[in-house]
Design a protein around this ligand. Structure first.
Ligand code: IVH
Length: 700
């Protein structure tokens, strides 16, 4: 898409623009350059996964473009990078008819199936050997895109193959899909291209972790996550899901009148993939292989199956296509699938088993999770015997009964999941699953808050919760006390060595020494791990505390917002909400946690035991203009949003304090500043500046 010299030029333009913007507001004469540069960086980031600038630099350029377009809306073009942004909630999706139906693929499961299919292909084409193009079968949601006069004009779901839904606004949230592409260079006036929208395994896991933090049931697999995401009515939410798209097929082409064009319309499937790649799409250009004869195809499929787990996204097989488009035409199609293509499906990661029992686990927040015990079955190399059923609603929705046959799926490194039960296989001995009314551990009555799906034990001294809180505190992403492990926490708790989190730092090692399985070496290791945990970065401690809805990302945000953990007690609900990704619900949970006396006492106890509550690992940007300086903003600033201003401080090496104190260097004052300004004036040591002066500090 971009040659080495184009890349160099664009990178130079980027630096020039960044330099200019730092000094003066952007001028409209650079608007086209800004757009080109932004498109280039989107391509580097979203298609190549190889960004050349930081997110902050990208945002700076993007905001400048936005500023210019807001000042003069006549300058906006439909393919401007700003035009992906959706406003408000969408209405119902309009039904659209596919001009050429989106057919399925014929399936094959082994070498014999492929050899059979190859024989038919040779018959139909009259060739002795057929040239194929093989590529991954992406496990996502099928889409169709129409470009007219180089502009993306429609994005639709596959639907039933004949009729789909218009999801153009949502499609624009997928940043690897260009809003415009130079099809005209190929003499193409209108084109329909097809592909698959995916969620990477990493994004899927992150998304499910977020759902789990909110006690919502996880999505079953990345495929469901992708297809569900495409049908969300709020495009902003779609943008947050970080979807990706592979485009692998040309549905139809309408040529333009122009006779001589720069390139020819492709004659083979592989050329079509190259065309898409060259126009900036993510096509399987680097994944595909052109192979003569079916033997090579079989070997390639096996090779790919062996490395399936190392890919960042899920694939469920390979697709083999006759490469020559003229031969494809000759072979034609059935009403169900083209004769020129076949899917080779990898070994299923599904199995059937019997649901034997349901056990109930109490988590650290008191949530009671039902867990299915099934007859153990091997799926994709792992034996599955226990599967979370999430909550009572899930059991009802899936109509699960004890004794039912169930379909179980385990996709890649994803947790196992019950896809469905088979009511048609019941013989009358199956039993309804009755959710308990009392905590299985402490017998406290269970409650279900309005609007939540989870039954909860509200007894915070419930043994199960205490133990789970200690286990979470210890865990790898939290304080990472190695050598402790879940089993030891349970054992030490039973023996009375552990009763709460602080007791982790007061273990009676003289007694542990006497226990079986604890040699001098393992005791030393455990002691060292406990000692090391005292100086873990602050965000780990925050995460370890197990505040509701506070996962690792939010813990990092909180850690960066203070220099000393108990300072969070001083943050108002409003201030908390100004932090990145902290909405009202999360802010309330954090606020409640730090207003609770018992939690503050817990922090004091931990500090007395040597746990560091200071932020010693706060990111320092050595190149920043504000290195080592502390700031606080008060009142309404004339142009900047407070959260943006705070981010600018941090991006330039400074830090934000939560209140006026002797540690504060600068108080940036806007309109209607109140008590903070008064306090700063009294202190004498604090420099009081305006937004303009602050912005000047950034420039110098
Ligand atoms: S070609 C007319 N290529 O698999 C043939 N399909 O099970 C068009 N799929 O509906 C399809 N990866 O959504 C093709 N590399 C690939 C694919 C692929 C995934 C999906 C597609 C199709 C389904 C059939």
């Amino acid at each position: 898409m971009y040659s080495a010299s184009a890349t160099k030029t664009l990178q130079e333009q980027t630096n020039k623009l960044l330099q200019q913007i730092k000094q003066d507001p952007p001028v409209s004469s650079v608007i086209n350059e800004l757009r080109n540069v932004l498109r280039f960086h989107e391509y580097r980031y979203y298609v190549l996964n190889d960004p050349l600038i930081s997110d902050f630099e990208y945002d700076t350029l993007y905001k400048s473009l936005e500023q210019l377009e807001t000042a003069d809306p006549a300058l906006i073009t439909p393919d401007s990078p700003t035009q992906r942004v959706a406003k408000g909630l969408g209405t119902d999706f309009q039904k659209v008819t596919h001009l050429v139906p989106m057919l399925s693929l014929e399936n094959s499961y082994n070498a014999e199936d492929l050899i059979d299919w190859d024989r038919k292909a040779k018959e139909l084409t009259g060739k002795e050997e057929v040239e194929y193009c093989a590529e991954p079968k992406f496990d996502g949601a099928g889409i169709s895109l129409i470009y007219e006069n180089d502009l993306l004009v429609r994005g639709a779901t596959r639907g039933d193959g004949t009729e789909g839904e218009d999801i153009t606004t949502n499609i624009k949230q997928i940043r690897s899909i260009p809003l415009s592409a130079a099809f005209s260079e190929y003499g193409i006036q209108q084109i329909e291209i097809r592909g698959e929208v995916l969620m990477t395994k990493k994004n899927f896991k992150a998304y499910n972790d977020k759902l789990a933090e909110e006690n919502l049931p996880p999505l079953a697999n990345p495929r469901n996550a992708a297809s569900g995401s495409l049908r969300i009515k709020d495009a902003k939410e779609v943008a947050k899901r970080n979807l990706e798209a592979f485009l692998y097929h040309v549905g139809y082409v309408m040529k333009s009148e122009v006779r001589s064009t720069k390139y020819e319309v492709p004659h083979t499937h592989a050329d079509a993939l190259s065309m898409l790649w060259n126009l900036g799409f993510r096509s399987p250009e680097n994944e595909k292989k052109i192979i003569k004869g079916i033997e090579g195809v079989i070997a390639f499929c096996k090779e790919y199956e062996a490395m399936r787990d190392t890919l960042p996204y899920e694939i469920d097989g390979m697709v083999i296509k006759v490469n020559d488009l003229e031969l494809q035409e000759k072979m034609g199609m059935t009403s169900h699938h083209p004769r020129w293509a076949i899917a080779y499906k990898f070994k299923a990661r599904q199995a059937t088993s019997k649901l034997r029992a349901v056990e109930y686990q109490v988590g650290r927040t008191g949530a009671v999770t039902p867990v299915a015990k099934i007859d153990p079955v091997p799926i994709g190399g792992v034996t599955v015997a226990s599967i979370s059923l999430h909550n009572a609603d899930f059991i009802a929705e899936k109509d699960l009964r004890l004794g039912d046959s169930v379909l179980v799926e385990r996709a890649g490194d994803v947790i196992p999941y019950i896809v469905k039960s088979f009511p048609e296989l019941r013989n009358g001995t199956e039993e309804i699953i009755v959710f308990p009314t009392h905590c299985p551990v402490c017998r406290h009555v269970l409650v279900k808050p309005e609007g939540e799906a989870v039954w909860r034990c509200n007894n915070i001294n419930c043994e199960a919760q205490v133990v789970e809180r200690i286990i979470h505190f210890n865990s790898k992403d939290a304080m990472d006390i190695r050598g402790m492990g879940e089993a030891n926490v349970r054992k030490f708790y039973e023996l009375g060595f552990l009763k709460d989190i602080p007791s982790l730092y007061q273990l009676p090692f003289e007694k542990i020494k006497e226990m079986e399985g604890f040699g001098a070496k393992s005791i030393d290791n455990l002691k060292a791990a406990i000692e090391n945990s005292k100086s873990q970065p602050l965000y780990r401690l925050i995460y370890a505390l197990g505040i509701r809805f506070v996962g690792e990302a939010t813990a990092k945000t909180l850690a960066n917002a203070v220099s000393y953990l108990p300072d969070l007690q001083q943050k108002s609900l409003e201030e908390l909400q100004q932090l990145e990704d902290v909405g009202p619900k999360v802010a309330t949970a954090i606020y409640d946690f730090f207003q609770n006396k018992e939690n503050i006492e817990l922090l004091q106890q931990l500090e007395a035991l040597g746990v560091v509550l200071k932020n010693e690992h706060k990111e320092i940007h050595s190149s920043g203009n504000l290195n080592g300086l502390t700031f606080l903003f008060t009142g309404t600033l004339p142009t900047l949003k407070r959260s943006d201003a705070e981010q600018m401080v941090e991006a330039n090496g400074g830090s934000i304090l939560s209140g006026v104190s002797a540690k504060l260097n600068y108080l940036v004052v806007g309109a209607d500043a109140g008590s903070k300004l008064e306090k700063a004036k009294k202190l004498n040591t604090v420099k009081i500046i305006t937004e303009e002066e602050f912005l000047n500090m950034l420039k110098n």
